[in-house]
Design a binder for this molecule. Structure first.
Ligand code: KIV
Ligand code: ZN
Length: 521
């Protein structure tokens, strides 16, 4: 690294983020997010945990092959089989990295039931093995912040001697605080022999809401890699949020003179995509990427904003990829305006695709008085269905709903090119519509997640619906937007079924997680 103040951004949305209960992403979604991370300038992408399942292995391998700029990293527990499997997946990358870890705190040492000496030997053996396969090896003492100081120094020294090039210090349980985080990193850098030859990384969980502060404190103390996720996704309370550390260093460069290679203008788009594919909506008041982060409602604030945005905004919305104003498009807007607006939101497209999107935009603008940025993002998600893989298509839907049961749905679906009709009842209109789809396309898939969001305000707001289905370990998510919530639900359900079928055909087998990452021995 030529610039001593350059901080490497290591994104683990696809590994630690994906471990959030309920946040499992499909293969194609992982590839899409990896491509966005690569494009935005993230230095290292932790693409998954290759030994966890065939699906994880396939995703890490494909991401490794596709990456243009980023180093592609896979996770491996402290055993030779995990490390070999990880290498098989990441070796396709222009710049591969193996990340191996073991829990070193007194509590975590009990899991594989190793003595301190046995664990030290295991670290020597596994890091040596990883380094024989790959020049770029990261080692993590899991639960480092609750590991005895002397033992932590001892095992880090062993890992460095065995060839680790990055030493990551995880605050696995979100236990540390900024001053302690800084003190730990600076003391390790001063004390451990060989520390000057490796990069120290910080990996903070957010159980006490201090992850971002702890990561930045570690950087001030000498860490030069921050591990983080988009929207702070991650186990329990999540991880350090990428957008927060990047924007904090950019906005407060005066007191934190560090730089990253991340193009902050891509933040909003990737945040929205991760929220959509993970099914984890971003809370409105979330820093940087929340819906209200640049919204001003009180009269005093609005007045101040009109006089000078700096009165109430410490960064410009454009710096995170938001347009300065939220209300620009309507039914009189033309194709050129739509193209430029979509480009601003991160969607570049050819003439044919634009033609199709423009038709949908006009339909929406006829139904809705104002078309906001968020409406367009929802529209683009809805338009992303691939006609090649659309075995099922919703053609017509009418529901009867209200206070008196039964609620029912009449549906016409195009199934492999042929229109078919059905009527079904259910507990509410969405249930009735799903039952009608099932009558025409019987399947054994289980509904894992059903989520509805109003994209903007007002009773004419579009609803974005996310549906996740699971069948014999194969997962697929469908999203759709419409001003009619039941229509959006039905379209999302149909999209998920289409994707499930494609995925099943492609995988030709199961995609179940076989191992737990906590089983680190
Ligand atoms: O939180 C943690 O300790 C981890 C390790 C695998 C690095 O995610
Ligand atoms: Zn973690």
């Amino acid at each position: 690294m030529s610039d001593a103040n350059r901080v490497l951004i290591f994104d683990t949305t696809l590994r630690d983020g994906e471990q959030s209960p309920g946040a499992t992403m499909s293969h194609d979604e992982k590839l899409e997010i990896a491509a966005l991370l690569d494009e935005m300038g993230v230095d290292i992408i932790e693409a998954g945990f290759p030994i966890a399942s065939e699906g994880d292995f396939a995703a890490v391998s494909e991401i490794a092959r596709a990456a243009q700029n980023a180093t592609i990293c896979g996770l491996a527990r402290a055993n030779l089989k995990d490390i070999d499997r990880c290498w098989e997946a990441v070796k396709h990358a222009k710049s591969p990295r193996i990340h191996t870890f073991i829990g070193t705190s007194p509590l975590h040492r009990q899991i594989p039931n190793l003595t301190m000496d046995e664990m030290a030997d295991r670290i020597h053996e596994t890091v040596t093995h990883a380094r024989n396969l790959c020049d770029n090896v990261q080692w993590s003492p899991m639960d480092a912040t609750r590991t005895e100081w002397d033992y932590l120094c001892r095992v880090i020294e062993i890992a460095i001697k065995a060839g680790a090039t990055t030493i990551n210090i995880p605050d696995t349980v979100g236990y540390t605080a900024p001053r302690e985080s800084a003190a730990l990193i600076s003391r390790l850098i001063e004390t451990v022999p060989g520390a000057a030859d490796v990069v120290f990384a910080t990996h903070c969980h957010n159980d006490l809401g201090m992850a971002t502060a702890n990561s930045l404190a570690a950087v001030e103390a000498g860490a030069r890699q921050i591990e983080c996720t988009i929207n702070g996704l991650g186990e329990r309370a999540g991880n350090t949020a990428l957008e927060e550390v990047v924007m904090a260093m950019k906005t407060r460069h005066d007191i934190m003179p560090f730089t990253t290679g991340v193009d902050s203008r891509k933040i909003m788009h990737i945040s929205r995509r991760v929220a959509a594919v993970s099914g984890f909506a971003v809370q409105p008041n979330k820093a940087i990427v929340g819906k209200n982060a640049f919204a001003h409602e009180s009269g005093i604030h609005q007045d101040g904003m009109l006089k000078n945005p700096e009165n109430f905004e410490i960064m410009r919305p454009e710096d995170v990829g938001l347009s300065a104003t939220n209300l620009v498009m309507g039914k009189h807007s033309g194709r050129a305006a739509l193209r430029s607006k979509l480009a601003e939101l991160g969607y570049e497209m050819g003439d044919n695709q634009l033609k199709d999107v423009f038709v949908r935009f006009k339909e929406l603008a006829d139904r809705k008085k104002e078309v906001f940025d968020d409406d367009l993002v929802a529209l683009m998600r809805d338009a992303s269905a691939d006609p090649e893989t659309e075995h099922l298509k919703l053609k017509f839907l009418r529901v009867v709903c209200g206070t008196q049961a039964p609620q029912s749905a009449d549906i016409t679906l195009t199934v492999d090119g042929e229109d078919q009709q059905a009527t079904a009842q259910g507990d509410g209109p969405v249930d009735a519509a799903f039952n009608a789809v099932k009558a025409l396309y019987p399947h054994g898939a289980r509904l894992q997640l059903y989520q509805v969001h109003a994209v903007t305000e007002g009773t004419d707001a579009q609803a974005t619906v996310t549906v996740r289905m699971e069948e014999e370990g194969v997962l697929a998510t469908g999203e759709a937007a419409d001003t009619d919530t039941v229509v959006a639900s039905c379209k999302a359900y149909v999209t998920a079924l289409n994707r499930l079928r494609v995925r099943r055909d492609k995988l030709g087998g199961k995609d179940t997680r076989e191992v737990s990452y906590k089983d680190a021995g």
